[in-house]
Design a protein around this ligand. Structure first.
Ligand code: 5AD
Ligand code: SF4
Length: 476
């Protein structure tokens, strides 16, 4: 099958051009960067680890919080020097800005950084080969233009009717874990969030397309798959037989039937879309990992309403209770925003109370950051920065305590761990527990890429260490 096999780095006769992609932001961006690499491979581009020496550099940007565009411009400033140096040597470096900052500020990027060649949004990277071919031609014609010569100025931030997924080549995979994007965009319009504007309307890939990509990944050796979407559990993909649309629960059921796929995860979910199908999948399928990222953002109903989240704290907790009834092993992670406009000390105290009641084994927490164009950014009740900082510190202390307590409670337990990376020294391997905790173990290299049973011997706030369970049993 074309695209399934790759020459080891540096050995391919045809692959002569070097591609560097820097990825910011969420796992969707990580997936997109992988697919951009796949799309550019037939043009002879091969991924490298640094921008130095690259024939093409892509920065895949994130717009979700604070000063995103300033960060992009300062990175572009550094890359411009590399581009100039390459021109001075008579070469070219194509510079592209992709992702959500590109989508939101495309024309402005070209205006302020005219040395950029290509600006493309998250929905058009299947057209990259065409854009790159244009840029390569223009760069060749332009090469005498001097060290500060202009970029080619291609801008493509469409939301095309035929999606990129209809045009992407077969996926590639390195190692035993992979992301698989099943859903994109969002129609929920939380009042703090730019995603509905940068990623566009909610879209679910047809189930047959997802299953097909999953089969290809498993054939490449993938054992654990993380299904991705901005609202992944809003998934409602067209059914292969033209019948009722599939839910995420149904999709997971069908994926679990693929021989060799041992673990299924999904992220990010919305509490409102956590339905019975998905809860039942957690009850019935051993492949479903018992760890769920289910952002609640706040514990105050007043703030949840102002955020337009569409649920109360009690409704969130009721869903969690149903999940835990379906599978008592389930543990949760969440996102929190502190200092949303109008948030009082009492509102914040309700967030802390919710955290104490629910218990999270891991979490991301952020100070509210006003995003241009979103409704909350213009509210007059903005919370002072020092108050946000104090609340963030208090919340993070509590969350960290819960994370450390969970890790400690794992000591003495047996867990299935997928060994997916070499450790720091010879004979050591690093893996992921069902709960995504990094686990260190002394193990033979032959076990790389496999799920092994470990007995956990020690824990820190951020990782575990274990021994092979049958070895430890033999020793006892
Ligand atoms: N300010 C702070 N945090 C935000 N997030 C999204 N938008 C903002 C914002 N304007 C956080 C939310 C979301 C996560 C991906 O980023 O917690 O769940
Ligand atoms: Fe943003 Fe809310 Fe949509 Fe999540 S659900 S992507 S936070 S608008």
């Amino acid at each position: 099958m074309p695209g399934l096999w790759r020459f080891p780095e540096g050995t391919s006769p045809g692959l002569t051009k070097k591609l560097f992609i820097r990825t910011y932001g969420c796992q969707m961006n990580v997936y997109d960067s992988g697919r951009m690499t796949d799309v550019l491979a037939p043009l002879g581009y091969e991924a490298i680890e640094t921008p130095e020496g690259a024939d093409m550099v892509v920065i895949n940007t994130c717009h979700i919080r604070e000063k995103a565009s300033e960060k992009v411009f300062s990175e572009l400033g550094r890359l411009r020097l590399l581009k100039d140096a390459r021109r001075a040597e008579g070469g070219t470096m194509i510079l592209a800005v992709a992702g959500c900052v590109a989508q939101a500020e495309g024309a402005f990027i070209l205006e302020r950084a005219p040395f950029v060649d290509i600006v493309l949004g998250p929905q058009t990277y299947h057209r990259l080969p065409e854009m790159v071919a244009r840029a390569e031609r223009a760069a060749a014609e332009n090469n005498g233009a001097g060290t500060n010569g202009p970029g080619v100025g291609i801008l493509d931030t469409d939301f095309p009717a035929d999606t990129k997924f209809d045009h992407l080549p077969a996926p590639t995979a390195e190692g035993s874990t992979a992301f698989l994007s099943v859903q994109e965009g969002c129609d929920k319009f939380c009042t703090f969030c730019v995603v509905p504007y940068t990623r566009g309307a909610e879209y679910s890939r047809p189930a047959a397309q997802v299953i097909d990509e999953a089969r290809q990944l498993v054939a490449l050796g993938v054992r654990e798959m993380t299904l991705l979407g901005q609202n992944v559990n809003a998934y409602h993909g067209a059914a292969p037989d033209g019948g009722a649309e599939w839910t995420l629960g149904k999709l997971c059921r069908e994926l679990a039937a693929i021989e060799g796929l041992e673990r299924i995860r999904y992220t990010t979910s919305h509490p409102r879309d956590l339905d019975d199908d998905l809860i039942d999948a957690h009850r019935d399928l051993p492949q479903m990992m018992p760890f769920l990222h289910l952002p609640v953002q706040s514990g105050s109903d007043r703030i949840l309403r102002a955020m337009n989240r569409g649920h109360t704290a009690a409704e969130y907790e009721a869903k969690v209770a149903r999940l835990r009834a379906a599978n008592p092993d389930i543990a949760l992670s969440s996102d929190f925003i502190v200092g949303f406009p109008g948030e009082t000390d009492a509102d914040f105290a309700e967030t802390l109370d919710l955290v104490r009641r629910v218990g999270f084994i891991q979490a991301y927490s952020f100070k509210y950051s006003p995003r241009p164009g979103t409704p909350a950014a213009t509210l007059e009740t903005q919370v002072p920065e020092d108050v946000k900082s104090q609340r963030l510190a208090a919340l993070q202390a509590l969350l960290l305590e819960q994370q450390a307590a969970f890790n400690d409670a794992c000591v003495g337990r047996e867990m299935d761990v997928l060994l997916d990376r070499p450790g720091r020294h010879d004979g050591q391997m690093l893996g992921r527990s069902p709960y995504m905790q990094p686990v260190h173990v002394e193990a033979a290299e032959a076990l790389y890429g496999q799920v092994v049973r470990l007995r956990i011997k020690s824990a820190t706030a951020s990782s575990l260490a274990g021994v092979l369970a049958d070895v430890s049993a033999a020793a006892e």
